[in-house]
Design a protein around this ligand. Structure first.
Ligand code: MRU
Length: 352
């Protein structure tokens, strides 16, 4: 695996600092739920599956931290439980849209409950083992999605993608970029058109970097060039990731995805969404119920230290939008491809 988004090293979680890629490649180290929550909030780690796995490690780190502190202080079990609850809350409040975060926290809570009568050290070790398993499982799932999705891309396809749904957005391989990697691995000549992805520039910084690293041909465009490229006949398929899919197949993904989906329909270009089952939220009937994160104004008024917008201007910064299911040609999941997804076909994915 060329890109190790996060790894366990020296009893800590290390994550690539995606805020400053590709200018600087560095790992930052995390040792508690609070620090991991801050890493997620500030987007050191981002992308729905990666957020989920990082949160799982956040829970395990908190258990390890509390069990060693309380052992020294001869503390009581109630203090451990209280500390763990605070850790869960901090992580749950880090970002609202990617449902993988809440999925991962729920899974970790169930594991905690299943070993609640054991010592805090044993609980911590069990939680850490679960986080390791979630990391490995995520890569396996991405590989499976890749294999299913690769079939949809023809040899020579020029594939437009939005944001970064690559190895960096997961534990490895990627969802949308995983499909592209799998197609390339299968011997297909695929080239990628990467939307820049304003305002955080995940396309220009992260997708472009991942593709360049692996010698997969990539062309960077600004978001407002997608329509022109499609009209010129330069796009054969769109493949994106997602942060949450509602029970009816509506898809929340990085702001600007909806625009791409509308354009794809206009130009008869298939619009595929790579989507692990952990990203499907059956509790939300349709896209209107998906919480959309609003981020800070300074992401729109400039980038890093450079501000270009007029001082004092009012700003909106919704970080995601919702693409109605009717615009989705297919969901690519680890269980297979669901063409024209709807409530019934999505429910079937969760059947035995
Ligand atoms: O704000 P981000 O960078 O976390 O948004 C990420 C996306 O929108 C991705 O497309 C999505 O999480 C799928 S990642 C496999």
């Amino acid at each position: 695996m060329k890109v190790e988004t996060m790894r366990w090293a020296n009893d800590k979680l290390e994550m690539i600092n995606q805020r400053i890629l590709p200018a600087v490649f560095e790992y930052l180290s995390y040792d508690s739920a609070a620090t991991v929550a801050e890493g997620i909030r500030s987007m050191v780690v981002r992308g729905a599956p990666a957020i989920g796995v990082a949160a799982a490690y956040g829970v395990a780190l908190e258990a390890l931290r509390l069990s060693s502190t309380l052992r020294q202080a001869q503390g009581e079990r109630s203090l451990f439980d209280k500390g763990m609850e605070a850790g869960f809350t901090a992580l749950a409040q880090s970002r609202p849209t990617a449902v993988n975060l809440f999925w991962a926290l729920q899974r970790m809570r169930k594991v905690w409950q299943s070993v609640a009568t054991q010592t805090t050290q044993q609980i911590a070790q069990r939680l850490l083992a679960e986080a390791h398993e979630m990391l490995a499982e995520d890569i396996r799932i991405n590989r499976a999605m890749g294999a299913h999705g690769a079939v949809l891309l023809k040899d020579g396809a020029r594939v437009l993608t939005h944001c970064n749904a690559g190895a960096l957005a997961t534990a490895g391989w990627g969802t949308a970029l995983g499909v592209i990697r799998s197609a390339v691995e299968a011997g297909k000549r695929i080239s990628v058109i990467a939307d820049e992805t304003r305002p955080f520039l995940q396309g220009a910084r992260l997708t472009a970097w991942e593709m360049v690293q692996e010698n997969i041909p990539v062309t960077l465009i600004t978001d407002n060039m997608a329509g022109y490229m499609m009209a010129q006949g330069e796009v054969d398929a769109v493949v994106v990731g997602t942060d949450r899919v509602a029970a009816n197949g509506d898809v929340a993904n990085k702001i600007g995805t909806y625009m791409v989906a509308v354009l794809a329909q206009r130009h008869n270009i298939p619009f595929y969404v790579a989507c692990p089952l952990s990203t499907i939220d059956l509790a939300i009937p349709d896209g209107a119920g998906i919480p959309i994160e609003e981020r800070a104004a300074d992401e729109v008024t400039g980038f890093r230290d450079c501000q270009w917008a007029a001082q004092g201007v009012r700003v909106r910064n919704p970080a995601f939008d919702v693409t109605p299911a009717e615009l989705v040609s297919a969901l690519i999941t680890e269980k297979g491809v669901v063409s024209q997804p709807d409530r019934e076909s999505i429910a079937r994915l969760f059947g035995s």
